[in-house]
Structures are given as structure tokens and as C-alpha cells.
Ligand binder design. Sequence first.
Ligand code: IMP
Length: 183
Amino acid sequence: MKVEEKIKEYEKGIKKVLITAEEIQAAIKKAGERIDAIYDGRPILLVSILKGAFVFMADICRAVHVPCEIGFMCAKSYYEGTQSSGVVKITMDLDRDISGYHVVIVEDIVDTGRTLNDITKILKDRNPVSLRVVTLLDKPSRRLVDFKADVSLFTIPDYFVIGYGLDCAEKYRNLPYIAEFGE
Ligand code: IMP
């Protein structure tokens, strides 16, 4: 198979572009200004939840102008039936004590809300000075727990989306835009 054909095969999963790369960058610029205004020169620690938020993290950290450190953590959720919280497992933790920090969690998407609900509880228990959540996408129609991000860039319908860090079976994270996935 030729390279072009292989790429076409890969791109079959891209049903429709929902948010272009340009729209994402414009929204990130605005979000950076909002974060600058909230913290008003105070230093922050941006905490990205891997893997989905790695692209968003790379852009949002360059859109803020307050003194900024970065950290990464990896979480997996284990839920069955109607259980709504308490079973998120940290598979890779932060490399520092967050007490004394203004922490900003950087997440790709709030779907059921369970992951962020659990992670904010876990991080609050570690006594940061403050804790806020910035999310690229929000799917409010899917919510199972009452969770609201402090800053949310785009609200989307109940579509499974890929691109800009979000995956389907680990693929499509490298797309520069957000698309609806479909086969
Ligand atoms: P939660 O349901 O809010 O706990 O979402 C947990 C995680 O599910 C998110 O951080 C994403 O990694 C993943 N997820 C939710 N919706 C989508 C989607 O439409 N595409 C890709 N990943 C998603």
C-alpha cells in the first residue's frame, strides 16, 4: 500500500471536524488571559492529567504569563454500574508536595465528571493554597456526578471525539483539531 493510501485508511475514522486548530488556539489565548487575571502575578503549578491532556498542556502553559511550574499525573478510573466516585487510581503521581502551591488541573475533557471529581478530592487533601480546573472540552449531557470546571473552553454534544490529545484506542492523538470519531 502506498503512503497516501495508508494515511487515507487512518483518516477513515475522522467523521467530521468539530473544532479547528485555529479555533482551539484562539480559545487558548483567551483562557491564558483569564488565568493571568485570576492569579494576578502569583505563581501557579499546572498539573496535566495524562495522556489526553498532554497537547493542551503544551499550549496552555505557553499562553499564561504568571510564573508557572508544570507537573504530570496519570489516572485510571475503575467504575462498575452506578458507582459514581472513589475508584480512581493514580498510576503515576506528581513528583512534589503541592502544599503551598496554587494548583491548576489541566484536563482534556469532562465527560461523566467522575475522574475530575475524584482527582480534585485527592489533590485537595494535599492542602494546596488553591485548586482550580481548566478543561478543553465539556460534555455536560453525559454528566453522572455534579462537577463543573472553573474554566472550560468548548461545550460539545454527546459525540465521541478524537484529536488534539484525545484518542480512540490510543490513536488520533496527533490530529491538530477535534473531530467526531466514526467508522
Ligand atoms: P470522565 O467520564 O469525565 O471521568 O472522563 C474520563 C476520561 O474519559 C477523559 O479524561 C478522557 O480521557 C476520556 N474521554 C471521555 N470522553 C471522551 C471522548 O469523547 N473521546 C476521547 N476520550 C474521552
